[in-house]
Design a binder for this molecule. Structure first.
Ligand code: CA
Length: 226
């Protein structure tokens, strides 16, 4: 994980770099807004820690410019000011979190990790194939924007298929992943559930996504499975 600290006070910057490095992050530093912006446009950072009180370009301006070309990188604001008005303005300008100086390093680390985790979840939480969407956080499934109601077993089956989109999955693989070990019925339970799932996911649509691979198992995808 590569982080950028934009902070003009050397003491604070050193303190952050030392702590973050010992938590196994690689950290770049910038001591003013212009050089911070240059680094942000040159490298891909996993998170940016930005001080608001900077010489030259203000932290607010830096924040606004970063969001002008990078909407996703998590940004944690540091500031000595803690008025509600500033907080609201910064969240509107695209900050993800806010820490008022002085702060304990432990608290900063907790917030950094929370932001990074949130980013990781966001990246992988929605599985999409054509117009079919499965959101792993809300456990909602939609096709063409319309919600599809699934039982929990149907949901697990669809999630397993979509997480392995384009791959052929045998009935045994599906059983092992979707049914727990106490299940000792026949593998044709898989066929029964795939039928239910097709009914809800594919039947109303011309474009079929769930495929039967004769003699092997099933696959989901837009194209021929590998
Ligand atoms: Ca400062």
């Amino acid at each position: 994980m590569r982080l950028l600290v934009i902070e003009d006070e050397e003491k604070v910057s050193r303190f952050l770099v030392r702590g973050l490095a010992s938590a196994s992050f690689s950290v770049d530093t910038a001591f003013d807004g212009e050089s911070g912006l240059a680094l942000v446009s040159a490298y891909s950072y996993d998170l940016i820690i930005l001080d608001l009180m900077l010489p030259g370009l203000s932290g607010n301006e830096v924040l606004r410019r970063i969001r002008g070309f990078n909407r996703n990188v998590p940004i944690l604001i540091l500031t000595a000011r803690d008025s509600i008005g500033d907080k609201v303005a910064n969240f509107e300008a695209g900050a993800d979190d806010y820490l008022t100086k002085p702060f304990a390093f432990a608290e900063l680390l907790v917030r950094v990790k929370a932001l990074l985790r949130r980013g990781a979840v966001n990246r992988t939480s929605v599985l999409t194939i054509a117009d079919l969407e499965l959101d792993r956080l809300s456990q909602q499934v939609k096709r063409g924007g319309k919600t599809i109601e699934l039982t929990s077993k149907e949901y697990s089956l669809l999630e397993y298929l979509m997480a392995n989109a384009g791959r052929v999955l045998s009935r045994t693989m599906i059983l092992d992943h979707v049914w727990d070990q106490s299940f000792d019925g026949a593998t044709n339970i898989v066929d029964v559930y795939v039928r239910h799932l097709r009914n809800k996911v594919d039947d109303a649509h011309e474009r079929k996504l769930i495929r039967t691979i004769r003699g092997v198992g099933y696959a989901i995808g837009d194209e021929e499975p590998l």
